[in-house]
Write a protein that binds this ligand. Structure first.
Ligand code: ADP
Ligand code: MG
Length: 474
């Protein structure tokens, strides 16, 4: 069957592409794509979802063409289509890209993982999650100092800053940083013993040791570590006996130049019902805080998390999430994970509209203040004409300005925004949009691409787009 040779050919093209594209992106975007036609210099490649088709067509168009031409120099053009049957059990056309060779140099990742799980002598790397590293902690103005201190302690435990005290609100990355330092110490000093625990676990162990009269072995256990990390120290409030025990452990470790790292929801001086002598110990070293990150950092965090989960969501969806989450990074991640779950379960691309629904649901408990902002519900924009009216109102232009021919910047950019919104939010084809604006579809494509580019660089553009999406009832 002709399909078989298409398939072999596509595998050749994929091999040529593989080295050009980051592995995770390659696996995400080319999975189950296949060639469905090839004649007269024309190659038709189909993808199982609209998202993957659009993504590859937008981002990798040149690379795909180049790779195809490298395999067959008579190819002039590559066309992109969607075929939902690709990758189904009985489909023979879509190629499982996991079978396309992995360059040797990228194998290292796996080895890293093992470095963390060796040597389980009870304390050493127990409870440290290898997922939390200093490398995947995104730095912004709000956590730069905390991150720098963490790196220093990771390199020179016991000497750089001791103790290191990190404080900040819920879900802002304290546990991530603490565990990342522990992981860094294990990586840089492979013989060291690192103990991480929450203050509650610490307390439970003390209570248990006292109950079973093994207080002595408890003391020895923790005084033998090279680095003791206690998360959420504020929960030791009112726990006098535990505080007492901790005080002695702290002194022993400190005197032995062992690293102590502590996190809390507030600075030492504001800790309630914790002995003064402990508080003053906490103040001896370095105190740093983490705050809620700004828009750019939030967006960078979302990109990082997407990469970790090996998915890519449309840029405007990530921007929408970054723009509308105002409390914690945990929430930011939560919304993202729901969007990813939706993408994976329903095989449908999250849109600003579907993410807005997720945010609205979370809004139930009053934690989110977004989207409606107490204003009345607006009706949903359904047609290109609705969008044109909204954009015209927003920029104080007329509808005929927008669909007209004038190319002044004040009109041109809103016109392009209009096309972008109709494309993204109403899923109209480039041809349909072209008709509404009496332009050909390549002009529309360029306009949409231009807005996407501007959006990445220009905060005002982002704000305008978000405002307009709200106007559209999204
Ligand atoms: P806290 O301990 O302060 O309550 P966590 O450390 O548990 O917060 O962070 C919540 C989530 O947010 C974690 O999944 C963490 O990886 C993520 N996170 C927070 N800040 C960052 C950051 N700057 N870069 C990457 N991920 C972050
Ligand atoms: Mg925490």
């Amino acid at each position: 069957m002709a399909d078989v040779s298409y398939r072999d050919f596509w595998i050749e093209v994929l091999k040529a592409l593989e080295s050009q594209i980051k592995r995770s992106d390659f696996l995400t975007w080319f999975q189950h794509a296949g060639v469905i036609e090839r004649n007269n210099g024309n190659l038709v490649v189909a993808f199982p979802t609209v998202l993957s088709r659009d993504w590859v067509a937008n981002k990798y168009r040149a690379s795909v063409l180049e790779a195809a031409q490298a395999c067959d120099d008579s190819i002039q053009e590559v066309q992109y289509e969607v075929d939902g049957k690709l990758g189904q059990p009985d489909d023979t056309r879509g190629v499982d890209v996991n079978t396309i060779s992995v360059p040797v140099k990228k194998v290292r990742k796996v080895r890293n993982k093992e470095e963390y799980t060796v040597n389980s002598d009870g304390v050493r790397s127990k409870a440290l999650n290898p997922r939390y590293t200093l490398e995947n902690y995104v730095i912004g103005p709000e956590n730069r100092l905390a991150h720098a201190a963490a790196v220093a302690v990771g390199n020179r435990p016991g000497t750089a800053y001791n103790p290191l005290f990190i404080y900040g609100g819920v879900g802002l990355g304290k546990t991530h940083l603490l565990q990342a330092i522990g992981n860094a110490i294990l990586k840089n000093h492979s013989n060291s013993v690192v103990a991480y625990m929450t203050s509650e676990k610490f307390m439970n162990e003390i209570v248990e040791a006292i109950r079973s009269q093994k207080a002595k072995s408890f003391k020895e256990k923790y005084r033998n570590v090279d680095c003791l990390i206690i998360d959420d120290i504020q929960f030791l409030a009112h726990k006098e006996r535990t505080q007492e025990e901790f005080f002695h452990t702290f002194n022993d470790l400190y005197d032995g130049n062992k690293q102590i790292i502590i996190s809390s929801d507030r600075p030492p001086k504001d800790l309630r019902d914790i002995e003064d002598r402990l508080v003053s110990r906490f103040e001896m070293g370095m105190i740093v805080d983490v705050q809620f990150p700004d828009y750019e950092t939030r967006l960078a965090i979302l990109h990082t998390k997407c990469r970790e989960h090996q998915v890519m969501l449309p840029p405007e969806v990530l921007e929408f999430i970054a723009y509308n989450v105002h409390h914690s990074v945990r929430e930011l991640e939560g919304v993202l994970m729901q969007a990813i779950a939706q993408y994976e379960l329903e095989q449908s691309t999250p849109t600003v509209r579907s993410v807005a629904q997720i945010l609205k649901k979370l809004n139930r408990d009053g934690e989110f203040a977004i989207l409606d902002d107490g204003q009345e519900h607006r009706s949903l924009a359904k047609t290109p004409d609705d969008v044109i009216s909204i954009v015209a109102d927003y920029f104080k232009l007329t509808k005929s300005d927008l669909v007209g021919a004038v190319r002044k910047k004040e009109i041109l950019v809103p016109r392009q925004i209009c096309m972008y919104l109709i494309r993204r939010e109403l899923d109209a084809s480039f041809e349909q949009i072209g008709e509404a604006f009496e332009r050909n579809h390549t002009t529309v494509m360029h306009s949409v691409e231009k807005i996407i580019k501007m959006m990445r660089k220009d905060q005002k553009m982002m704000r305008d787009l978000n405002a307009l999406k709200q106007e559209m009832g999204l």
